[in-house]
Design a protein around this ligand. Sequence first.
Ligand code: LLP
Length: 426
Amino acid sequence: MNIASVHPLPPHIHYLNGHLCMEECSLEALAREHGTPLFVYSQAAMLNALGSYQRSLAGREHLICYAMKANSTLGILQTLVRAGCGLDIVSGGELERALAAGVAPERIIFSGVGKTRHEMRRALAVGIGCFNVESRAELDVLDSVAQEADTRAPVSIRVNPNVDAKTHPYISTGLKGNKFGIAHEDVVATYRHAAQCRGLRVVGIDCHIGSQITQTGPYLDAMDRILDLVQAIESAGVPIAHIDFGGGLGIDYNGDTPPAADQLWQALLDKLETRGFGDRKILLEPGRSLVGNAGVCVTEVLYLKPGEQKNFLIVDAAMNDLPRPAMYEAFHRIVPVAPRQDAPATWDVVGPVCESGDWLGRDRTLAVQAGDLLAVLSAGAYCMSMASNYNTRGRAAELLVQGEQVTVIRQRETAADQLRLESLLP
Ligand code: LLP
């Protein structure tokens, strides 16, 4: 069976002589050498995804700040930073990772509803480009922290535009009922206040309406609302140098058809022109759309456990490695690394963790035997970065491939690594 013809594989992943390859590397050879579960990423896939954004914004003042929560491994950050990205961070830990990856501090923006004073101090000390502030209370704390440090914090206020991103409720962030951003009707007053704070310097406005968005409409609606606000804020005498439209563009997990980044941005830029904001500096915070389809997780089939009601395929990757199915009932395609010609059966693909929620795929048609390798696709975003040590399972290793070149960007975590921070009672 030609699996690829049923549903096209993500770019840079293909079968060659019956074996799944990423770029010019056989995933079977990589798994045999490095063990499983194993994350493997294609550098070309990431650079292509970034290229689509860069093409549409070429010739215009802009900064693409990769939302590093999607995958914050240093080698991934370096890849995108060297290709021209800034970074969108959400914690002090991400700030240290960002700096370790070599990004210029002024190309870092700091999002998130709960920044601590300590995180603010450190971010001010290194000189980040912008704090995306999410509440009046946070604005006032940042003002006082900056004054104590005898500096002015560059700020943007995250607006909650109250538009429905039409995505999973857990990853929809631009509606009134969400904890994110400042309500549309309070925004102008908040900017007036910010402009009077001695520790703040207003530089922009931002929004982020959700994640895995597959339609252009919600973005256009959000842009209209933001532009209305920019007009009102500037009429109140506060200039807005940049507009940050956040991230959220979806990827194809299972036949999803999000617009390509350059298509989406063509539509958005047309609106910007039409509304007279064509010269404004644009910031973006894409995460998933840059890395999601660049990664796979290779896992070995440990046991076949056929049953009366369900057949279980027990693999060595689990919810601690790939939490998205357990958390959001998310769908990831699962394909054999070396397809067999045998008759397939229907399986629930589950991990070894002691939870019924530990599943990676349900009712999948696969012809497999114990010892076979499977590839969980679209595993570049929100998999490794959300991985945990539940059941004292070490986190997987990660490889980056470029053509036939392979770099280990994270070693497999050992039990000793996990025990290092703990102490026995005296
Ligand atoms: N900017 C802000 C302020 C965000 O909160 C996020 C994601 C992004 C940018 C990047 O969004 P992206 O382009 O990746 O959609 N764990 C969930 C996704 C959570 C997204 C959180 N915020 C998942 O696995 O689907």
